[in-house]
Structures are given as structure tokens and as C-alpha cells.
Design a protein around this ligand. Structure first.
Ligand SMILES: Cc1ncc(COP(=O)(O)O)c(C=O)c1O
Length: 456
């Protein structure tokens, strides 16, 4: 129930403007000022259209228009029968978790905290760049944002038939754009627990209620997802392959089970295939089962280079359309020069071979470290990608023990959607030599934790 004081204070603000402007614009401006000044706090329920129009002596359409214009700029949020609420102002962003995971370059002789690919395993851009010399890639600012040849390649290799498809500046950009288009203040959103820290920061910024669902060896647990859906869920974010931080790849059996659990809900499914072609596991997309509600993201950062800054995002037409429209009022499109470079790389045999070789090398490194950890009784998860998630007796002392030896690793806490056992993430894909010795150091740093047969 909103408070009558709110309604009277809005009326007073409108009267107090001097002009007493009771047009839709005047009402929207008055309420907007009250939100900016903090007079109307985040989460405040606004009066109904009918009640405010009666008090102000204007038509319900006028108040409704005012509410629509405030909703369009994200100041308020209409939640159907629950009412209309003041939204979180978009203030300074503090990616607290993201900032915590890595201390920045140059701090460690061997920095395994970064989650980045090994530069030595990225394909050489030289021969490809030389072939991309055309400067006539853009004829109008309203050209389709995807280079036609790249669009064809993407559609042919997409895991399901997408309603629509676009290209943005990396998977994180895609997550930002999709979440901003889909998630509203107070929405319940499911993520894997643990998950990628900036996703948690982003959802916090948007004012979502985040529900972390556990993973097992096959991916997100269907029972946990079913329990979360009971309260109504706006979106489910998951990583289908080489999950960061756990290294778990969703099986096709689990993908089918999750799709069945989601079939009766109207949640949007957001799949972040951030590892792309360096993942060893087969991609199992929920989009195969629920194409109209799945948004699939494919990054080329780990396979082709983070500085291409390119990811494709395709699936549910409404979401992709909203992203493309919003983007027209910003950068418009991702560099077509870089898209052309990517397309060349995707069709260039030596590049294809280099990516395949990187995939094998990451798998080799991971396997060597895993063998030592398993032998040492350390609990860890996953089989795929560049990251390994391991239990430690104490997070701080594990990180300090490694730091004293010049090795960096990421603390587990920023990855957690809720409190859990101390852990750390190690980007084992960056260990290019002395695998055995470094794995032993990792095992020692883990300390004395209860063994669970190597995997958990
Ligand atoms: C799960 C996950 N999503 C997104 C990203 C960001 O990828 P991109 O470089 O494409 O922005 C990463 C990077 O490590 C990641 O691990």
C-alpha cells in the first residue's frame, strides 16, 4: 500500500512549480525531480493513475502518459497489479566483485587470477589483417549492424535457428545489453552459483533479486531451478560450456531437463558461451528446445583474441531487436573492420588450426593440474576451459601462500551468489610450463580441506 503522503507531496511539488503545470510533461517533470532529489526513495510505490488523476483534477490519460515517459527513462517501473515503483537511480557503478578478483598486471611472476587466454595461444592476426583493407564497409549509419558475410557464417553455425542476430563488443557487453533490456528493479533472476563476478555486479546495479542455483557435473541443477521458478523468475543466466569459474560443461541431457523445467515459465534464458571454440565440450543450447525465449551469446575473446572485442548475440527476436534499437542511439554497431577481420579468421585454415591447437593445449594443461590435485585429495570441479575452481581451507591464507611464491589466484567470494565454502579460481590455462610443480603448490596452498574424491 502506498502512503497518502506520497500522493500529497507529488501534488504539492506540482503546485509548487509556480506554473502548476498539470500536463503529462509537468507531472513527469515534478515526479522526476522528486526522484532525483531523493524525496521519493527507491522502491516507493506511486499512487495509482486513477487516484492521482482525481486529486490533480486531470484525466487518467494525462497521468498515464506521465508514468509512461518516466518508465521510458527508467525512473519508475510498472509492475502490473503490484503497482508502479520508483527505480534505482543509475548512479556511480561500483563493480565491487569484479575489482576484487584480480590485482592487475605485474603483481605476480605467474598471475593465474585473470581468467584471460594465453596470448601465446591466440591466432596470429597479421596475415588476416593484411587482407582486410577495404574501407567501404559502411554505406549508411543505418546499415544492418552485422557484416553480411559474418551474419551468414553465424546463422550457419548457430546452435538453433535465431529469430534475429547481432554483433556487439564482447560477451560482457552482450550481458550488459541483454540484462538492461530484460531485467527491471525487483525482478527475480536466476544465476549459477558460483558465477562470473561482473554478472553479479551488473544484476545488483539493475536492482534484481539474484537467486543462485547450484551446479553439479552436468550443469545447473534442475531441482534448484524448479524451486527458484516457484516465485516467478524474469531471466535465467547460464554458461553452457567451460563455466567460469567451475569448468563445468552443460550436457545435452541436462540442457533438455532444464528446458523441460522452464517450459511452463515465461523466463528469458540467457546463455553466455564465453569460451567459444576453446571449450572442448560439445555445445548444448537450451535454444534448441526453447528458441523463442533463448538469447545465446558467443564470444570470440578467448578463441580469437580479447582485443577483437566481438561477440555475437542471437535468439529471441524481441530482445535482440530491443538491443539493436537501443544501440542505434549509442555506438550503432561494432567496428565492421574488426568484423571483417573476424570473418577472415573464421574462414582461414591456419587460424582454424591455431584455435584447435589452443583448445587441445588448454585441455592438456588442465588435465595435468587436475591429476595432481586429485592425487593430493583437493576438491575441485570441472573438466573444460581455462579456469579451475578449488576448495581451500581458508581463502585468505591460500591466496597469501601463493602470493608469497609469486603466484596470483582469484578469491572465491566474488563469484558467489550466496555464502559458501572457501574456494579460489585458478586460471590453469595460463600455466605454460612446470605444470606439475605449480599444481603441487596449488594443492599445498589449498590446505587441509575435506576430500570428496577429487570432484564435487
Ligand atoms: C562467463 C564470462 N562471460 C563473459 C566474459 C567476457 O567475455 P568478453 O571478453 O567476450 O567480453 C567472460 C570473460 O572471461 C566470462 O568468463
Amino acid at each position: 500500500m502506498y502512503c497518502y503522503r506520497t500522493m500529497n507531496s507529488i501534488a504539492a511539488e506540482i503546485a509548487g512549480t509556480g506554473s502548476g503545470d498539470r500536463s503529462a510533461r509537468g507531472i513527469a517533470a515534478a515526479v522526476g525531480r522528486m526522484i532525483s532529489s531523493g524525496q521519493l526513495a527507491v522502491g516507493t510505490r506511486l499512487p495509482t493513475v486513477r487516484e492521482l488523476s482525481k486529486l490533480l483534477g486531470v484525466s487518467p490519460t494525462t497521468v498515464s502518459e506521465a508514468w509512461q515517459s518516466l518508465a521510458a527513462v527508467g525512473a519508475i517501473d510498472a509492475r502490473g497489479r503490484q503497482g508502479t515503483f520508483v527505480r534505482q537511480p543509475t548512479g556511480p557503478v561500483t563493480p565491487r566483485r569484479y575489482r576484487r578478483i584480480t590485482e592487475g598486471p605485474g603483481r605476480f611472476a605467474l598471475d593465474l587470477s585473470t581468467g584471460t587466454p594465453d596470448p601465446a595461444l591466440l591466432p596470429d592476426l597479421g596475415p588476416v589483417i593484411a587482407r582486410v583493407s577495404r574501407q567501404s564497409l559502411t554505406s549508411s549509419y543505418l546499415d544492418h549492424p552485422v557484416l553480411p558475410g559474418l551474419g551468414e557464417h553465424l546463422r550457419a553455425s548457430w546452435p538453433f535457428v535465431p529469430d534475429d542476430l547481432t554483433v556487439v563488443d564482447g560477451a560482457m557487453d552482450a550481458l550488459d545489453r541483454v540484462a538492461s533490456a530484460v531485467v527491471r528493479l525487483g525482478d527475480r533472476v536466476v544465476v549459477e552459483h558460483p558465477t562470473f563476478p561482473p554478472l553479479l555486479d551488473l544484476l545488483e546495479l539493475l536492482g534484481a533479486e539474484v537467486i543462485g542455483v547450484n551446479l553439479d557435473d552436468e550443469g545447473m541443477r534442475p531441482d534448484g531451478l524448479a524451486a527458484a521458478l516457484v516465485g516467478g523468475v524474469r531471466a535465467v543466466f547460464l554458461q553452457p560450456r567451460a563455466h567460469n569459474p567451475t569448468g563445468i560443461t552443460l550436457t545435452s541431457r541436462r540442457s533438455k531437463q532444464l528446458a523441460a523445467v522452464l517450459a511452463d515459465s515465461d523466463a528469458i534464458i540467457v546463455e553466455d558461451d564465453h569460451s567459444g571454440d576453446i571449450a572442448s565440450g560439445t555445445l548444448a543450447s537450451l535454444g534448441v528446445h526453447l528458441p523463442g525465449r533463448t538469447v545465446h551469446i558467443r564470444s570470440y575473446s578467448k578463441s580469437h583474441g580479447p582485443d577483437l572485442r566481438l561477440a555475437a548475440v542471437g535468439g529471441a527476436g524481441e530482445v535482440i531487436g530491443a538491443i539493436a534499437n537501443r544501440r542505434l542511439l549509442g555506438p550503432g554497431w561494432s567496428s565492421r573492420l574488426l568484423q571483417a577481420v573476424l570473418l577472415e579468421m573464421l574462414e582461414h585454415q591456419p587460424t582454424i588450426d591455431a584455435v584447435a591447437a589452443a583448445r587441445l593445449e588448454y585441455a592438456r594443461r588442465r588435465k595435468a593440474v587436475s591429476a595432481v590435485l586429485a592425487h593430493g585429495g583437493v576438491a575441485f570441479t570441472g573438466t573444460d576451459g581455462i579456469n579451475l575452481w578449488m576448495r581451500v581451507a581458508d581463502e585468505r591464507s591460500a591466496l597469501l601462500t601463493l602470493a608469497a611464491q609469486g603466484i596470483g589466484a582469484a578469491p572465491g567470494e566474488p563469484f558467489m551468489a550466496r555464502d559458501d565454502e572457501p574456494s579460489m579460481r585458478v586460471t590453469v590455462g595460463l600455466i605454460d610450463r612446470d605444470l606439475d610443480e605449480i599444481a603441487h603448490r596449488l594443492a599445498d596452498a589449498a590446505g587441509n580441506v575435506p576430500a570428496r574424491g577429487g570432484q564435487r
